[in-house]
Design a protein around this ligand. Structure first.
Ligand code: EZ4
Ligand code: CO
Length: 412
């Protein structure tokens, strides 16, 4: 088999998505997600200008060789643009291989280790009544685990609280709990870590009082704390039996987690902005985390994610694969196949895509009783409807950023 065509499709049904489509001389096609939120066109150029010409004529079955060739021959290693581009190639080739084998991808990864992948959704509200309504809506939709984000008194806008975050300069509509906005410039939000730390424990106390002890609860700190602040939050949340505390400190400094770990038994999840296994070396070997947050889309694809999760398994560290709406249905499907197959699956983040997105991407996954399953179609189970995709050209969009009261730019 030979690769005959490599296309990069940009579409913006509810938000921007970048999709790689590889076609072979035997008529098989494979899809890969290359969406890098707010920096989409950089990956489009990387793929179109620097990767597509290298793939024509190659054997699509040689996935590991293609991965190593793209990674090592570039000379410049790692980085989100490079790794999203390589991930798209890797997933598209796995899609082709599984279609050629006439099997769903998870079968090629060792077969199913479970009946389905436990998913968590995002509940949010600017105050407790709004938050409780959002939790109830998620329970009604069948979610069996829920992330809790709330407004903080005195702060106008805060990560993860959609209704509270329309900042000046925003000309587009924010999609559900999706932080990116269609606008010519990023929106500016405000932040105060001490106000946040005072408020959050009471929120979890109230949620436990309302919804009981069983529901798995998660929270995302979105890189905003110092190590000692993160330790304090983790400790103060211990009575509420968290499933995890996510991204408590900025991700570049792996050693910071040593300090957090010394002070709290709240489970820690990190890594949605990581893009290689090396970013986890210290975290995994020193058992500083409990869950790996990497997205298949941003960490080089199925091949390295399988290796990363096998490494993590030696330390009883589980998966918590990133799955916001800025991961396309193609990236979500890849995550579901991997999650179904690996032994150390933990939980899968799952936010529903919009109707327009679901028309562009025809999908075969199911969500029943809180469990995701990728379906039984050969390949990853997603096809791109090119006519629908063509209706939605790229729109400039940015993630927001924030400043402290004195104007200092803070972590977002
Ligand atoms: O802000 O996906 O856990 N989920 C998150 C996301 C991220 C966006 C960034 O592209 O932190 O909402
Ligand atoms: Co996050």
């Amino acid at each position: 088999m030979k690769i005959t065509q490599v296309e990069v499709i940009v579409t913006s049904p509810d938000r921007n998505f970048v999709t790689l489509k590889i076609t072979t001389d035997e008529g098989h096609t494979g899809l890969g997600d290359a969406t890098l939120n707010g920096r989409e066109l950089a990956v489009v150029s990387y793929l179109k200008d620097h990767v597509a010409p290298l793939l024509i004529g190659k054997d699509p079955h040689r996935i590991e060789d293609a991965w190593q060739f793209l990674y090592r021959s570039a000379y410049w290693r790692r980085g989100p643009v490079t790794m999203a581009a390589i991930a798209a190639v890797d997933v598209a080739l796995w899609d082709i291989k599984a279609k050629a084998a006439n099997m769903p991808l998870y079968q090629l990864l060792g077969g199913a280790s479970r009946t389905g992948c436990l998913a968590y959704g995002h509940a949010s509200g600017k105050d407790l009544p709004e938050l409780f309504d959002s939790v109830r809506q998620h329970l009604d939709q069948g979610y069996g685990a829920i992330r809790i984000q709330t407004g903080v008194p005195g702060l106008k806008a805060i990560y993860g609280v959609a209704s509270n975050t329309v900042a000046s300069g925003n000309v587009g509509k924010r999609y559900d709990h999706e932080p990116a906005q269609r606008a010519p410039l990023p929106a500016e939000e405000d932040w105060d870590t001490r106000a946040y730390l005072r408020h959050i424990p009471g929120v979890f106390e109230a949620v436990r009082a309302e919804f009981g002890p069983e529901l798995p609860l998660l929270h995302d700190g979105h890189h905003r704390m110092t190590p000692i602040q993160a330790a304090k939050l983790g400790k103060s949340l211990e009575p509420f039996d968290m499933f995890w505390l996510e991204d408590c400190t900025p991700a570049e400094n792996q050693e910071a987690l040593r300090l957090v770990r010394r002070h709290t038994i709240t489970p820690l999840a990190i890594g949605e902005v990581f893009n290689t296994v090396w970013d986890y070396q210290t975290l995994i070997q020193e058992q500083l985390i409990d869950f790996v947050r990497s997205a298949v889309t941003h960490t080089g694809g199925i091949s390295p994610m399988k290796k990363l999760m096998d490494f993590a398994a030696q330390y009883q560290i589980k998966s918590g694969i990133h799955g916001p709406t800025d991961i396309s249905p193609v990236g979500m499907a890849a995550a579901m196949h991997l999650g179904l197959a690996i032994h150390n699956f933990g939980i899968q983040e799952y936010m529903k895509h919009g109707e327009a997105t679901n028309r562009v991407f025809e999908q075969s996954f199911t969500f029943n009783n809180g469990l995701l399953h990728p379906g039984e179609k050969p390949g990853i189970g997603v096809e791109l409807n090119i006519d629908e995709a063509g209706k939605y050209p790229y729109q400039t969009a940015y993630l927001p950023f924030n400043r402290l009261a004195d104007g200092t730019v803070h972590d977002w």
